[in-house]
Design a protein around this ligand. Sequence first.
Ligand SMILES: N[C@@H](CCC(=O)N[C@@H](CS)C(=O)NCC(=O)O)C(=O)O
Length: 243
Amino acid sequence: MAAGGSPDGPDHELRLLGSTNPSPFVTRVELALALRGLTYHLVAVDLDHKTDLLLAANPVHAKVPVLIHHGRPICESRVILEYIDDAFPGGGAAPLLLPADDPLARATARFWAAYVDDKFVASWRPAYLGKTEEERAEGMKQMLAAVEALEGALALQEGKPFFGGDAVGLVDVTLGSLIPRTRANEALTGTKVLDAARTPLLAAWAERFGELDAARKVLPAVGDVVEYLETRLRRSNLVVAGK
Ligand SMILES: N[C@@H](CCC(=O)N[C@@H](CS)C(=O)NCC(=O)O)C(=O)O
């Protein structure tokens, strides 16, 4: 992954502050870097013992991922995805995540990428860890509504394989990074979310996305995510609903 220079030194071109545990937001950035064929040095931070480097690089949220380019930090996964497009526009292994010359397609992709985080990811906590049955049912309802809306967004591509059309785009990477966690949540609860019966386009898309070279290289194994979530739940004395 690292290419030349001291991996922790200021001269190393791209450093990614990630986590010792699986993080879909870090995976998101790794997917974009892999798609563009960029080498980087991954610095895995134990988030229970945040390092001075992380606190200095992201003093506002103290979260990963942070991409450090020539010593300058960029925070927030979706911001980083766009930064990678902007900073490395040429010579990539794949097209840009946002098409350079299509303002409408760029705006639409940003809309759906934000939707993924604001509606789909935001529904996880109430759906799986809500305190009451009503809260969990409402969370699951919101999650399935978000998945159906994303099925509709994919249908607008009229048979093309990705949200980005013929190539992987911003929405593909934003949502694709969440596939292992989604499958782990399914395994832990027994409730299917990427269900071929309910959302056939999205279920097929998830399979297709998982077969990309970048995805094979970067996405964590579902079993590892399950193991991590089980440990975290045990540590917090939490029980996930279902099964
Ligand atoms: N909105 C952020 C979310 C990042 C995030 O939640 N990162 C988690 C790891 S998965 C984190 O750093 N957690 C540490 C903490 O909350 O203290 C992004 O898209 O980058």
